[in-house]
Design a protein around this ligand. Structure first.
Ligand code: MD3
Ligand code: FE
Length: 214
């Protein structure tokens, strides 16, 4: 084959929409740092299954780091400066999270992205995330950067209304997606995870979403 490496960068940067770019494997060099940081966050603010305003317990377990963290209870969704379980501030944003997010956002055309919140989702087999919009952030002009680690997931990418078709996008260990601009308020979700253990992480998946919430 002639100079296949010339084509590799474009194949690894897949444009999904006017404001959405999938960077296959972008986080792979960061994995050891990311996993150590997740363990440190988890030791201070453990993963928990939040209850939705409708009274359902989420199958995905969540925690946060950064100045603000996303939470849900019977009263609604909100960003808080403290972990409601402990009353203490959320663990600080690990430097590796902020740097990875900023570099990925810059590649996707969002220079100067400085996240102040990171929601960490943990999926075990069967866990899912139903179609939703991320709209609890103050300013929709900032993108959201998502990082997938561990087991593969099928991500559902819909439109600006809940009804209508969704594109299925497989997300694998190390993949990063930047969602901004015209795609920032699209409905999205994750199909129930199949149990296909990952070599490094076993039967689990983590997803980091780095946000500018405040
Ligand atoms: C598309 N997490 O935490 S990140 C979430 O895999 C969330 O755990 C999913 O949706 C997960 O809110 C997928 C991908 C994502 C995040 C934000 C978006 C896609 C988005 C905002 C607008 C459009
Ligand atoms: Fe979301």
């Amino acid at each position: 084959m002639e100079t296949p490496e010339l084509f590799e960068p474009t194949e690894r940067e897949q444009r999904l929409g006017p404001g959405a770019v999938l960077l296959r494997g972008f986080a792979l060099p960061w994995v050891p740092e990311l996993l150590a940081a997740i363990a440190a966050v988890e030791s201070a603010s453990p993963f928990r299954h939040l209850v939705t305003p409708g009274g359902f317990t989420m199958s995905v377990a969540m925690t946060n780091c950064g100045a603000l963290g996303w939470t849900s209870d019977r009263l609604g969704y909100q960003y808080t400066a403290t972990d409601p379980e402990s009353g203490a501030p959320w663990p600080a944003m690990p430097a590796a999270f902020a740097r990875l997010a900023s570099e990925a956002a810059a590649v996707a055309g969002f220079a100067g992205f400085a996240p102040d919140a990171c929601l960490i989702n943990r999926y075990l087999p069967g866990a899912r995330l139903s179609l939703h919009q991320d709209r609890n952030e103050r300013d929709y002009s900032a993108p959201i950067v998502s990082v997938s680690l561990g087991m593969r997931a099928t991500f559902l990418w819909g439109g600006l209304a809940r009804s209508g078709p969704s594109l299925k996008v497989p997300l694998r260990h190390g993949d990063v997606v930047v969602w901004g601009g015209a795609d920032r308020l699209r409905y999205h979700g994750v199909q129930p995870l199949k149990d296909e253990p990952h070599a490094l992480l076993g039967s689990q998946r983590f997803n980091l979403t780095l946000r500018k919430a405040g």
